[in-house]
Design a protein around this ligand. Structure first.
Ligand code: SF4
Ligand code: SF4
Length: 140
Protein backbone atom coordinates (compact mmCIF):
# COMPACT_ATOMS: atom_id res chain seq x y z
CA UNK A 1 0.00 0.00 0.00
CA UNK A 2 1.24 3.47 -0.88
CA UNK A 3 2.16 5.67 2.05
CA UNK A 4 1.63 9.27 0.93
CA UNK A 5 3.40 10.51 4.04
CA UNK A 6 6.53 9.61 2.08
CA UNK A 7 5.60 12.52 -0.19
CA UNK A 8 4.03 15.05 2.05
CA UNK A 9 3.30 15.97 5.63
CA UNK A 10 1.28 19.12 6.31
CA UNK A 11 3.03 21.61 8.59
CA UNK A 12 -0.18 23.63 8.94
CA UNK A 13 1.63 26.73 7.78
CA UNK A 14 -1.62 27.98 6.24
CA UNK A 15 0.00 29.23 3.05
CA UNK A 16 -2.43 27.40 0.79
CA UNK A 17 -5.43 29.00 2.50
CA UNK A 18 -4.11 32.55 2.16
CA UNK A 19 -4.60 35.05 -0.64
CA UNK A 20 -7.37 37.25 -1.94
CA UNK A 21 -8.95 34.49 -4.02
CA UNK A 22 -9.61 30.83 -3.41
CA UNK A 23 -10.11 27.74 -5.51
CA UNK A 24 -13.38 27.48 -7.43
CA UNK A 25 -16.09 25.12 -6.31
CA UNK A 26 -17.80 22.88 -8.84
CA UNK A 27 -21.30 21.63 -8.10
CA UNK A 28 -19.99 18.53 -6.37
CA UNK A 29 -17.86 20.71 -4.09
CA UNK A 30 -20.82 22.95 -3.37
CA UNK A 31 -23.05 20.05 -2.37
CA UNK A 32 -20.33 18.52 -0.18
CA UNK A 33 -19.81 21.85 1.55
CA UNK A 34 -23.53 22.41 2.09
CA UNK A 35 -23.79 18.98 3.69
CA UNK A 36 -20.77 19.56 5.92
CA UNK A 37 -22.06 22.92 7.07
CA UNK A 38 -25.59 21.60 7.43
CA UNK A 39 -26.94 24.91 6.17
CA UNK A 40 -29.29 25.85 3.40
CA UNK A 41 -27.80 27.02 0.15
CA UNK A 42 -29.10 30.59 0.29
CA UNK A 43 -27.44 31.16 3.66
CA UNK A 44 -24.17 29.61 2.55
CA UNK A 45 -24.20 31.71 -0.61
CA UNK A 46 -24.73 34.80 1.49
CA UNK A 47 -22.22 34.03 4.23
CA UNK A 48 -19.44 32.03 2.64
CA UNK A 49 -19.40 32.13 -1.15
CA UNK A 50 -18.23 34.73 -3.59
CA UNK A 51 -20.29 34.22 -6.70
CA UNK A 52 -19.63 35.67 -10.10
CA UNK A 53 -21.24 34.90 -13.43
CA UNK A 54 -19.09 31.84 -14.00
CA UNK A 55 -17.48 30.85 -10.73
CA UNK A 56 -18.23 30.13 -7.13
CA UNK A 57 -15.35 30.65 -4.75
CA UNK A 58 -15.13 30.97 -1.02
CA UNK A 59 -15.04 34.47 0.39
CA UNK A 60 -11.80 35.74 1.87
CA UNK A 61 -11.37 37.60 5.13
CA UNK A 62 -8.16 39.35 6.21
CA UNK A 63 -6.28 37.81 3.28
CA UNK A 64 -7.31 34.21 3.82
CA UNK A 65 -10.15 31.85 3.03
CA UNK A 66 -13.14 32.52 5.24
CA UNK A 67 -12.88 28.97 6.59
CA UNK A 68 -9.26 29.26 7.64
CA UNK A 69 -8.94 29.29 11.40
CA UNK A 70 -5.50 27.89 12.13
CA UNK A 71 -6.62 24.95 10.00
CA UNK A 72 -9.62 24.27 7.83
CA UNK A 73 -12.95 24.82 9.60
CA UNK A 74 -14.82 22.95 6.87
CA UNK A 75 -12.42 20.07 6.56
CA UNK A 76 -14.86 17.32 5.60
CA UNK A 77 -16.61 19.63 3.15
CA UNK A 78 -13.66 21.37 1.59
CA UNK A 79 -13.33 21.56 -2.21
CA UNK A 80 -11.60 18.69 -3.95
CA UNK A 81 -8.79 20.98 -5.05
CA UNK A 82 -8.04 21.78 -1.43
CA UNK A 83 -8.09 18.07 -0.58
CA UNK A 84 -5.79 17.31 -3.48
CA UNK A 85 -3.22 20.00 -2.66
CA UNK A 86 -0.23 19.78 -2.78
CA UNK A 87 -0.07 16.43 -4.57
CA UNK A 88 -1.32 17.76 -7.85
CA UNK A 89 -1.12 15.48 -10.91
CA UNK A 90 0.55 18.29 -12.89
CA UNK A 91 3.69 17.45 -10.90
CA UNK A 92 4.00 14.37 -13.07
CA UNK A 93 4.03 16.47 -16.23
CA UNK A 94 6.84 18.82 -15.46
CA UNK A 95 9.58 19.15 -12.86
CA UNK A 96 8.96 22.90 -12.86
CA UNK A 97 5.52 22.24 -11.42
CA UNK A 98 7.14 20.15 -8.72
CA UNK A 99 9.56 22.98 -7.93
CA UNK A 100 6.86 25.64 -7.89
CA UNK A 101 4.56 23.60 -5.65
CA UNK A 102 7.44 22.65 -3.37
CA UNK A 103 8.30 26.30 -2.93
CA UNK A 104 4.70 27.06 -1.94
CA UNK A 105 4.23 24.11 0.36
CA UNK A 106 6.80 23.31 3.04
CA UNK A 107 5.09 19.96 3.62
CA UNK A 108 6.38 18.51 0.35
CA UNK A 109 9.28 16.14 0.90
CA UNK A 110 11.36 17.58 -1.85
CA UNK A 111 14.46 15.86 -0.54
CA UNK A 112 13.35 12.50 -1.90
CA UNK A 113 13.96 13.84 -5.40
CA UNK A 114 11.73 14.42 -8.39
CA UNK A 115 12.01 10.95 -9.89
CA UNK A 116 11.16 9.07 -6.74
CA UNK A 117 8.44 11.55 -5.89
CA UNK A 118 6.80 11.00 -9.28
CA UNK A 119 7.10 7.26 -9.01
CA UNK A 120 5.23 7.20 -5.71
CA UNK A 121 2.71 9.84 -6.77
CA UNK A 122 2.01 8.07 -10.02
CA UNK A 123 1.52 4.75 -8.26
CA UNK A 124 -0.79 6.40 -5.74
CA UNK A 125 -2.90 8.00 -8.43
CA UNK A 126 -3.12 4.87 -10.50
CA UNK A 127 -4.15 2.82 -7.50
CA UNK A 128 -6.78 5.44 -6.85
CA UNK A 129 -5.60 5.37 -3.26
CA UNK A 130 -4.59 8.99 -3.02
CA UNK A 131 -7.81 10.90 -2.46
CA UNK A 132 -9.16 8.80 0.41
CA UNK A 133 -5.78 9.08 2.12
CA UNK A 134 -5.60 12.80 1.55
CA UNK A 135 -8.98 13.33 3.09
CA UNK A 136 -7.47 11.90 6.25
CA UNK A 137 -4.03 13.49 6.31
CA UNK A 138 -4.28 16.99 4.80
CA UNK A 139 -4.83 19.70 7.36
CA UNK A 140 -6.53 17.63 10.01
S1 SF4 B 1 -0.75 21.86 2.61
FE1 SF4 B 1 1.30 22.75 2.48
S2 SF4 B 1 0.97 24.97 2.20
FE2 SF4 B 1 -0.94 24.06 2.96
S3 SF4 B 1 -0.89 24.28 5.20
FE3 SF4 B 1 -0.05 22.24 4.70
S4 SF4 B 1 2.15 22.56 4.54
FE4 SF4 B 1 1.21 24.59 4.40
S1 SF4 C 1 -11.65 25.40 2.32
FE1 SF4 C 1 -10.26 24.88 3.95
S2 SF4 C 1 -8.46 24.01 2.93
FE2 SF4 C 1 -9.64 25.11 1.37
S3 SF4 C 1 -8.73 27.18 1.31
FE3 SF4 C 1 -10.45 27.22 2.74
S4 SF4 C 1 -9.55 26.87 4.78
FE4 SF4 C 1 -8.07 26.20 3.21
Amino acid sequence: MIDVSELFSCTRCGFCCHGETTVSLDREDQLRMLAALDMNEDDVREQYWRISEKTVQMKTVDGHCIFYRDGCAVHSGRPHRCAQWPLHPSILDDENNFNIISESCPGIKKEIGYERFCKILSRSLSENALLPKLFRIVKK
